[in-house]
Design a protein around this ligand. Structure first.
Ligand SMILES: [Zn+2]
Length: 72
C-alpha cells in the first residue's frame, strides 16, 4: 500500500469522462491510499484505484476533479 497524491484535472479537460464522487471516503480492502491534489484530503483508503479504468476521474468534496497519475 502506498500513498498517492492525485493530479487535479481542469474542467476544460474532463471532456465527458466518467466522474466518481468521493465526497465520502471510499474504503477498500487491498490497494493504495489516494489524496486530493488540491486540498490533500484522503479520498480513498486501501482502494485499488490504479486498476480501475484509466480515464476515470474522482471528485473531491472540495470540488476538485482528480485523476490517478500516470506511471510513465
Ligand atoms: Zn480536495
Amino acid at each position: 500500500m502506498v500513498d498517492i497524491v492525485l493530479k487535479v484535472v481542469a474542467d476544460a479537460f474532463i471532456n465527458g469522462r466518467e466522474i466518481m464522487d468521493t465526497g465520502v471516503s471510499m474504503i477498500g480492502l487491498d490497494g493504495d491510499n489516494a489524496f486530493c491534489g488540491n486540498c490533500g484530503r484522503e479520498m480513498m483508503h486501501d482502494v485499488p484505484f490504479r486498476d480501475m479504468k484509466s480515464d476515470l476521474l474522482f471528485r473531491c468534496s472540495c470540488g476538485s476533479v482528480n485523476e490517478a497519475p500516470r506511471n510513465s
